[in-house]
Design a protein around this ligand. Structure first.
Ligand SMILES: Cc1cc2nc3c(=O)[nH]c(=O)nc-3n(C[C@H](O)[C@H](O)[C@H](O)COP(=O)(O)OP(=O)(O)OC[C@H]3O[C@@H](n4cnc5c(N)ncnc54)[C@H](O)[C@@H]3O)c2cc1C
Length: 262
């Protein structure tokens, strides 16, 4: 909400007094509901105590072009996931789930010694069985949630996309099997774009560490890295605030130690 306020206010009103600004924006967002940023599609976020989070997004239809750009979907898969995407009379909602601590590990390697050549980036999503298992667990929790009275009262039903390669994994009664769920997860998942760890910070004896604890690149003088790549493992779900805090911390370290440490 705060972020939305800031974005909309800065764009729409060039007022200087912050309190007036905040009031104006509250009114603007709550009552006028104008513009794409006036209403967040995220209706709620829940963290399961074990290992996954669930986001309830209040959109039933979504724009194919935008969603395909963000999710890197093939048209065919997108249309199976959102068969009514062009029909704005259809209501619905989407649950997104994510493993808080995924175990699959990707890599970045240099393709050549020419710095202009793009590196090879392989995120290796869903390579580790754990990531499949925790996503399956989340899907099962959501199925139970949809079966509860409040959701049944509004006629909620799960749309299981018909993916030919996965349908063979349903049992004779048409029920979901473990293999069916895994297949759907592999075909229909998209990334949350929260990678980390390619320039991990670590202690002196950590052979995987690229940086020391002052953000300095090991064995290279006068070079620091401050961004999401320094996190040794991905943070549970949303990383932006952590990265902002890291940047704040790094700027303090640099001010305190410069130039002695260089
Ligand atoms: C579609 C999408 C949705 C997301 N949603 C969320 C969310 O809801 N919540 C959340 O917490 N996180 C979200 N994230 C993740 C979050 O945006 C990233 O984790 C975070 O921005 C990473 O910060 P960073 O500083 O490491 O890198 P970046 O934010 O990517 O910053 C890198 C900067 O370096 C610049 N740059 C690149 N190359 C050069 C160069 N050669 N010279 C100079 N500058 C250069 C880039 O232009 C960019 O500004 C989302 C990401 C995506 C892609």
């Amino acid at each position: 909400m705060c972020l939305l306020k800031n974005i909309i206010c800065r764009k729409q009103f060039k007022l200087k007094k912050r309190s007036v600004l905040a009031r104006y924006c509250e009114w603007y967002i709550l009552y006028s509901i104008i513009g794409v940023l006036a209403k967040s599609p995220i209706a709620g976020v829940a963290y399961a105590p074990s290992n996954f989070s669930i986001i309830l997004s209040a959109f039933g239809s979504t724009n194919e072009h935008i969603f395909k750009l963000i999710g890197n979907y093939k048209s065919e898969i997108f249309q199976k996931m959102f068969p009514f995407s062009n029909d704005f009379s259809k209501e619905g909602f989407v649950f997104l789930t994510t493993c808080a601590q995924p175990k699959s590990r990707g890599y970045i390697i240099l393709k050549s010694n020419n710095y202009k050549t793009a590196p090879i980036i392989n995120p290796n999503y869903l390579e580790h069985k754990y990531d499949i298992e925790c996503t399956k667990k989340a899907v099962k929790v959501l199925k139970k949630l949809i079966d509860t009275k409040p959701f049944q009262k509004i006629g909620a039903k799960i749309h299981w996309p018909y993916i030919e390669e996965c349908s063979q994994w349903r049992d004779e009664q048409g029920n979901n099997t473990e293999n069916f769920l895994e297949c759907l997860i592999r075909f229909c998942s998209m990334t949350g774009y929260h990678p980390a760890g390619t320039c991990a910070m670590g202690g002196q004896n950590d052979s995987n560490a690229v940086l020391d604890s002052f953000f300095r690149v090991n064995s290279i003088k006068n070079l620091r890295i401050v961004d999401g790549s320094v996190l040794p493992t991905p943070v549970s779900t949303f990383p932006n605030s952590i990265i902002a805090a890291l940047a704040d911390y790094a700027s303090e370290i640099i001010q305190l130690t410069y130039p002695e440490s260089e």
